[in-house]
Design a protein around this ligand. Sequence first.
Ligand code: HH2
Length: 273
Amino acid sequence: MSLRPAIEERFRRPSVMGVVNVTPDSFSGDGLASRPDAAVAQADAMLDAGAAIVDIGGESTRPGAAEVSVEHELARVVPVLERLVGRPVSIDTAKAEVARQAVALGAELVNDVTALRADPELAGVVADSGAYLCLMHMRGTPRTMQTDPRYDDVVSEVKAFLEERLTFAVAAGVREELVCLDPGIGFGKTVEHNLELVRRLDELIALGRPVLVGISRKSSLGRIVGDSAATTGSAAASVGGAVAAFERGATILRVHDVRLHIEALAVAAAVAG
Ligand code: HH2
């Protein structure tokens, strides 16, 4: 197995990760369950538009989402992964068996919203495969996370959590230079918590690992622009959030509307010099 370069060499700042939801129930309504050809076409279009990688997910993590069995998740994602062999792919899963089959089919990054807490075997799968790893902060589970989230200082708590999960991953044999960290926008956070995390992103970057931010279409965006009951945000609001996160040091932006983000981030990066 050849060693991968450090994640910051593979993903220059800013890089875009395109979201491909092979689910019936994703929060943004873009799910393509049981339509592998459509999911593959969407992934190809995202890569053609400039995405550095596409993130394939077979389980929704929207607030209140039901859990999916290993068999169901595999049935959703494997037909898509098989058709994307040779393309840059990430697998959005918390399950070791799904990650195992995905990396065997060429996935280069494992994106685990539970940060290796849900499945005790996932750390070993990532370590053995030499895949990149994204560790994300979430308070509670998708079923419970939006029930009155409270923190004394959200940024310090998310930072301490990510530092602990990074130490755990490295102790399990994952090379530190293959890991990126994610504050988990919308995962057990109010609008103000999400804003604070982006505003003070430098404090997470101080952990020494590249930071991935997924703010695209999240409900906080819709609420900020005036709909107090919003469950999603617009593409324009998403771009605003992504540019703000990039300017505060984010390396990878996880987005649904790839071309808009590529263009906006190209301008923001050109200004940054
Ligand atoms: N957000 C979602 C899913 N996975 N992974 C990371 N690392 N960061 C995120 O912010 C993140 C994530 C939720 O978005 P989406 O995949 O569009 O929705 P759903 O989980 O409902 O399918």
